[in-house]
Design a protein around this ligand. Sequence first.
Ligand code: PLP
Length: 325
Amino acid sequence: MATAMATLRALPMVPLAPHPTPLDRLRRLEAALGPGCPSLFIKRDDLLSFAMGGNKVRKLQTTLAAARAAGADTLVTCGGLQSNHCRVTAAAGAALGLKVVLVVNGAEQARPTGNALLDRLFGADIRYVASRDARAATMLRVAEELEVQRRRPFLIPLGASTPLGAAGFARGVEEILTAGVSPTAIVHATSSGGTQAGLIAGCALFGVKTRVIGISADESTDALTTIVHRLLSDLAALVGASAAGIGLEQDIEVDDQFVGDGYGIPTPASTEVLELVARTEGIVLDPVYTAKAMAGLIARVRSGSFAPDDRVLFWHTGGQAGLFA
Ligand SMILES: Cc1ncc(COP(=O)(O)O)c(C=O)c1O
């Protein structure tokens, strides 16, 4: 296990933002939620100081090291029109002097907003496709097109949710230890699975004994559990960990009860907690991911599913540009 941890720590990274991010107590939110509320903490990856931050910064730091090692001169990735991952990839390409092609499902906006506005600002070449299903094949076509032009493309799958991307996230878990907090549960937004796989693996590798509860922004519990399981197996192979050593023997907890009518569509609960957290703590959540995840956390507090002596850590994965979409 020590070897797997050392391998994880030694993975090359392109440093996009200094770490650690702050880890704070949410005392005013605790008070607003009333007696019986467990201790609440927040990990502020929304404050990662690169291109408006968020979880994608951690995943891209390891992914971009692989792109560099491969001698790539162009990054190709995909996402929705308001993808946070596309925004950070576009910025990273700009910062590293790489061309970036984004394959985006959705219609081009006459007046771009939110992440779509930032994608343009960072100078990405944006290709629009009609549906999510068309993204992967279009990325391959773009790569062929680039090779014909004698460029060296590097394809980054959706959300950088690869074993290497998850490894970048796993490294962040060490920051909990240095902050001296020992959570009994970590709650976060999940969608393409890399963040959850990284958190589970990081907790297992660094010896943080906690549940990791992913609140889905779109996919079903079954689909995401399968994805996280596969990522964990591949990550175990990458760092040389056993199944137990990477956290595969504990339950993968994915909750799809807070998606509501679908991806990006606010629910009454997500709207309520977005305002509650803003008004008690001055912290901005996003409507697509983190407000739904916080709705999942607060619903558990209100239903008494956490004990008063639990220590619940909300891992803020960013996404605030989505508020201006
Ligand atoms: C702000 C935000 N939070 C959470 C997630 C979910 O992370 P993952 O795709 O690694 O599951 C994403 C991306 O999908 C995101 O942009």
